[in-house]
Ligand binder design. Sequence first.
Ligand code: 4NP
Length: 162
Amino acid sequence: MTQPTRLLFVCLGNICRSPAGENVMNHLLQREGLSGRFEVDSAGTAGYHIGGPPDSRMIAAGRARGVPMKGRARQVTVDDFAEFDWIFAMDRSNYRDLEVLKRKCNGPRAKLVLFCDFCEAHSQKEVPDPYCGGPEDFEEVLDLLEDGCGAFIRKWKSGELK
Ligand code: 4NP
């Protein structure tokens, strides 16, 4: 059996964008019959919400699209760079914080990327932080995640990413 491809979504708090990324990706993988080929997780660069559930506004926005938001917040670690294949930073600030961690990892395996590099239907370069925003900001997060996750899966299926 081939090892599953391990994906980690990372934002600041791990209660809005990255758990949504994890759950949107799992939802799309399930629809494609690919759940067994992947392991998906999420984490935050900060530890403010460790152990907490996804933000209630993200849960509501996900529910409206049929995507249950599961998981508990944790903080990203140096070891994640040795354990995951892909690490998706939601914004440039997350990316910079992750680059610092990656440099501390002996033998990093993960490819660190800005998630929006995978988006095809959107020109945004970052998934904006919706924490202090309104419902439309949570919708934008889901729009970007569905776009980039769908494109990632298509690229993976085509063999481009292996
Ligand atoms: P996230 O959103 O990074 O998408 O989970 C945030 C959640 C919490 C905070 C900031 C952003 N906070 O400052 O507590």
